[in-house]
Design a protein around this ligand. Structure first.
Ligand code: ADE
Ligand code: ZN
Length: 343
């Protein structure tokens, strides 16, 4: 599906992206060979053929299995560098990247190996092609809160490299409240917070993420629409939702892309952004995600501009940094819309 030039040109931020979810089949095979890890596939096509998911859990099972090929610092470096290069080609000027340390430390890979590889790639990408980044360390919610606390403690020596903590993995049955103490500690240590909520869990998990974890953003949040008071609260507080249309389609969160809630959320005054989640598994990077909602929901250029603008506003950048990137957006594609909205 070709992406229109208008979408390609728009400067944008990506705020919901799991680095382990950028492991393309070719890289999986190459790392498996290099590291002597057994994978039950011989070709990229064989791997891609398994990417048919009926729900979140079926995806997560393959995602964790794929992550087993990531062993050495070099693997994390190459994975991250490849994503940033691709993102920059799609006019992503700033990326807030999630990683799942427990999926690696649980296999005996040291925390330092993971963070050193990722961090070096962030630095190199900044100097090579000028993309800005922040890191979000996610806790796996299917594991217990003590495991998350141990992981937080492992991260403390690296706190200057990590902007925020997050919460991901199997949502249903693992409510945000389970992690209230870990998030309180993380906030006390100076981390910002986000959480996946309302992807396959109920609207109440979104409320819990706000009240019990005090998150600044909700990852997904689709099910918020089930609760009118919650929608009003999200709109009033301008709490961003990081939506992932192709992920939602591939995991059956929406029955078809024409029923994606993005347009309704915009109409209800919610601060929504478009992101790719796990692009190697869901068939598209950020521009393909803009494209699929543009086509299915009939989004206009001013609406696409607004989504790109939201991506900067919803980021963890400082106010002057946001202003500079929004000025670049206005310069490039959105001046006519920016001027049209002025009083
Ligand atoms: N980990 C990676 N992608 C995820 C998703 N979409 N939901 C929950 N956990 C994840
Ligand atoms: Zn996600």
């Amino acid at each position: 599906m070709p992406v229109p030039a208008y979408i390609e040109r728009l400067p944008k931020a990506e705020l919901h992206l799991h680095i382990e979810g950028t492991l393309e089949p070719a890289m999986m095979l190459a790392f498996a060979v290099r590291n002597g890890v057994d994978v039950p596939y011989r070709t990229e096509a064989e791997i891609a053929a398994t990417y048919r998911f009926r729900n979140l859990q079926e995806f997560l099972d393959l995602y964790y299995q794929g992550s087993r090929v990531l062993i050495a610092e070099r693997d994390f470096y190459e994975l991250t560098h490849a994503y940033l290069s691709k993102a920059r080609q799609q006019n992503v000027l700033h990326a807030e990247i999630s990683f799942d340390p427990q999926s690696h430390t649980g296999r005996g890979v040291p925390f330092a190996t993971v963070i050193d590889g990722i961090h070096q790639a962030l630095q190199d990408a900044k100097s090579e092609f000028g993309i800005g980044t922040k890191l979000i360390m996610c806790f796996l919610r299917h594991l217990d809160a003590e495991d998350a606390m141990t992981t937080l403690e492992m991260a403390l020596p690296y706190r200057d490299r990590i902007a925020a903590v997050g919460l991901d993995s199997s949502e249903f049955g693992n409510p945000p409240a389970k992690f209230a103490k870990v998030f309180a500690r993380a906030r006390a240590e100076g981390f910002l917070a986000v959480a996946h909520a309302g992807e396959d869990g109920p609207a109440d998990y979104v409320r819990q993420a706000l009240d019990e974890l005090r998150v600044a953003r909700i990852d997904h949040g689709n099910r918020s629409l089930d609760d009118k008071a919650l929608v009003q609260r999200l709109a009033r507080t301008r709490t961003p939702l990081t939506l992932c249309p192709l992920s939602n389609l591939r995991l059956g969160v929406v029955p078809d892309i024409g029923r994606h809630p993005l347009r309704e959320m915009m109409a209800r005054g919610l601060m929504v952004t478009v992101n790719s989640d796990d692009p190697a598994y869901f068939g598209g990077y950020v521009n393909e995600n803009y494209r699929v909602v543009e086509e299915a929901l009939g989004l206009s250029e001013p609406e696409l501009y607004q989504l790109a603008r939201n991506s900067f506003e919803a980021s963890f950048l400082s106010a002057p940094e946001k202003q500079a990137l929004i000025a670049e957006l206005d310069n490039c594609a959105g001046r006519k819309f920016a001027v049209a909205r002025a009083p």
